[in-house]
Design a protein around this ligand. Structure first.
Ligand SMILES: Cc1cc2nc3c(=O)[nH]c(=O)nc-3n(C[C@H](O)[C@H](O)[C@H](O)COP(=O)(O)OP(=O)(O)OC[C@H]3O[C@@H](n4cnc5c(N)ncnc54)[C@H](O)[C@@H]3O)c2cc1C
Ligand SMILES: NC(=O)c1ccc[n+]([C@@H]2O[C@H](COP(=O)([O-])OP(=O)(O)OC[C@H]3O[C@@H](n4cnc5c(N)ncnc54)[C@H](OP(=O)(O)O)[C@@H]3O)[C@@H](O)[C@H]2O)c1
Length: 488
């Protein structure tokens, strides 16, 4: 294993010497999701002397495009082709299986590179902080998504889909719609997607027939978008239920809708769905949109100790707290929904690494157009030299894939400005070890890097396994399987 790592190291060194200017600008991007790849692409374009290394903790690249985007949304994953071309650029390299914070520290990385761009996303969850949140049967949407998308850290989730017929999803954003759709879509339609095989098998045996999508505010504030809502409303054999009284608009709602076309379209779709005729099919499934309810606590099952059996909700009213902003306020009235599973889809959360300034309240790295700030209090803002941020770690866990393109443009233009102004020391005045130093350090620590060509072996194995099942790919969903395929 170690001999192989050395050999691979020599190969990269050869490649870097043959195609690089003598003193390249050494850039390391941490995270190979959309933010990481768009940053690398822009950096290679604007700085001809830049050598860009992308590291990721997984042996597979592409972040949430692989492990977040739903299996029944293949068109969204086409962007992988563009990202692959970036990884294959002669001045770019991908090093998978390298974790910032354990394989290498932030201060080590900053010593090796002129520029470090952190784009490692949001790999944790917001919590509700209410009683019963740790009961079995309650999962975050992130964990559930990782499970059905074959993320190796989601392999052992094993959600119980067989003991009950009802699931409650908390939150009404697009992730909530994704997980509801996966629970409710006929499995014959999922069978030809790249859904992980363990998830497909569990969904085929699922007894969940009823899903409640619960929001703390009203249909005028639902966080999802129209295209995604239309898709779930159009599922085969699905009964939709929305209380007509929930659809009534207050004057403040009407004002809010006037200023947002997206919210207006979502509201119109929900409003129309209230008058849909009920299905008469015995095998139908049910989706209930429930508004104006905030979770108060979770009930523990009397038969299955430690397991959730329902959610205790407080009814809410909306209160205006600023122009176009209404928040949910408890009314003191309560209501229960019984269920065997709860998925909390109330937003992702980024996590800091040692030595990184972090705003725990906002869950982001404090930054000025991508420049990491060590102190932004008072009149002084102190910038961390050579350290930048992009994507969900910079803005918080919102936005679609394309949002990260604009985000990367902003960060890269800050880097360019800093180079021009001399804020960043030039690569010729102070050469840095960059890739060679990284490979040496990882080799000394026995970290087995997965190169982009190793990933291509995983990719071709997955496609081969998938083709026999009429799937675009059969994802290798455990660390061991991924490791094995990468060294074949
Ligand atoms: C469930 C879900 C479905 C979505 N579906 C869509 C969709 O259909 N269409 C759409 O346009 N947008 C969709 N989005 C939004 C889109 O995925 C995000 O906007 C985008 O992925 C954020 O990019 P990012 O690069 O900041 O983070 P990520 O994509 O999360 O990439 C972060 C990368 O960093 C790596 N990493 C994490 N920690 C470390 C570490 N310590 N060291 C090294 N590497 C690390 C991770 O492995 C990952 O590869 C979806 C989001 C979610 C959550
Ligand atoms: N197909 C796609 O394009 C696609 C698919 C998936 C994800 N995405 C994108 O990825 C991003 C993340 O999506 P997301 O769904 O995770 O986040 P989101 O859009 O921010 O939705 C979060 C939901 O959780 C609710 N919530 C937050 N805190 C809560 C609490 N304490 N109690 C009860 N409810 C709470 C929010 O309600 P309030 O509004 O009341 O705060 C909202 O309904 C979004 O930008 C989304 O568009 C896109």
């Amino acid at each position: 294993m170690q001999r192989r790592a050395i050999w691979e190291g020599r190969k990269w060194l050869h490649r870097s010497f043959s195609s690089m200017p003598s003193n390249p600008l050494r850039v390391c991007v941490v995270g190979s999701g959309p933010a990481g790849f768009y940053t690398a692409e822009k950096m290679l374009k604007v700085k001809q002397q830049a050598q860009v290394d992308i590291i990721d903790r997984l042996p597979t690249p592409f972040g949430l495009v692989r492990s977040g985007v739903a299996p029944d949304h293949p068109e969204t994953k086409i962007v992988i082709n563009q990202f692959s071309r970036v990884a294959q650029h002669e001045r770019c390299s991908f090093f998978g299986n390298v974790t910032l914070g354990s394989s290498i520290s932030l201060s080590e990385l900053r010593k090796l590179y002129h520029v470090v761009v952190l784009a490692y996303g949001a790999e944790s969850d917001r919590s509700l902080g209410i009683p019963g949140e740790n009961l079995k049967g309650i999962h975050s949407a992130r964990e559930f998504v990782w499970w059905y998308n074959g993320h190796p850290d989601g392999r052992n989730l094993d959600p119980d889909l067989k003991s009950a017929d009802t699931a409650v999803i908390l939150g009404q954003g697009n992730v909530a719609l994704d997980v509801a759709r996966i629970l409710l879509r006929p499995t014959t339609e999922l069978a030809t997607t790249d859904i992980a095989s363990h998830a497909l098998a569990a969904l085929e045996e699922s007894s969940i027939r009823k899903v409640y999508l619960v929001g703390r505010r009203g249909p005028a504030q639902a966080a999802c978008t129209a295209k995604e809502l239309r898709e779930i409303l159009g599922l085969r054999n699905l009964d939709i239920s929305i209380q007509e009284s929930d659809i009534l608009l207050s004057p403040a709602d009407e004002e809010e809708l006037k200023s947002s076309r997206i919210q207006r379209r979502v509201y119109e779709l929900l409003s129309k769905a209230t008058s849909r005729p009920k299905l008469a099919d015995l095998n139908q499934r049910e989706l209930h949109f429930v508004f104006f309810r905030k979770p108060n606590s979770f009930h523990e099952s009397k038969d299955k100790t430690g397991h959730v059996s329902g959610v205790h909700f407080e009814k809410t009213d909306l209160k205006g707290v600023g122009p176009g902003i209404q928040i949910a306020i408890g009314t003191g009235e309560f209501e229960d929904i019984k269920c065997g599973m709860v998925l909390k889809s109330i937003g992702y959360k980024s996590v800091p690494v040692d030595g990184l300034p972090f705003d725990h309240k906002k869950g982001i790295v404090p930054n000025d157009r991508g420049r990491v700030l060590s102190d932004s209090s008072g009149d002084h803002t102190l910038v961390e030299e050579g350290l930048y941020v992009c994507g969900w770690l910079k803005r918080g866990p919102i936005g679609i894939v394309a949002t990260n393109l604009h985000c990367a443009e902003e960060t890269v233009s800050s880097i360019s400005e800093d180079l021009q102004k001399g804020v960043l020391s030039s690569s010729s005045a102070s050469p840095k070890p960059g890739r060679e130093g990284l490979l040496q350090l990882l080799h000394d620590r026995n970290v087995r890097i997965v190169s982009f060509s190793d990933w291509e072996k995983i990719d071709s194995e997955e496609r081969k396994l998938g083709s026999s099942k009429n799937k675009p790919r059969e994802k290798l969903a455990s660390w061991d399987e991924l490791q094995q395929a990468s060294i074949k």
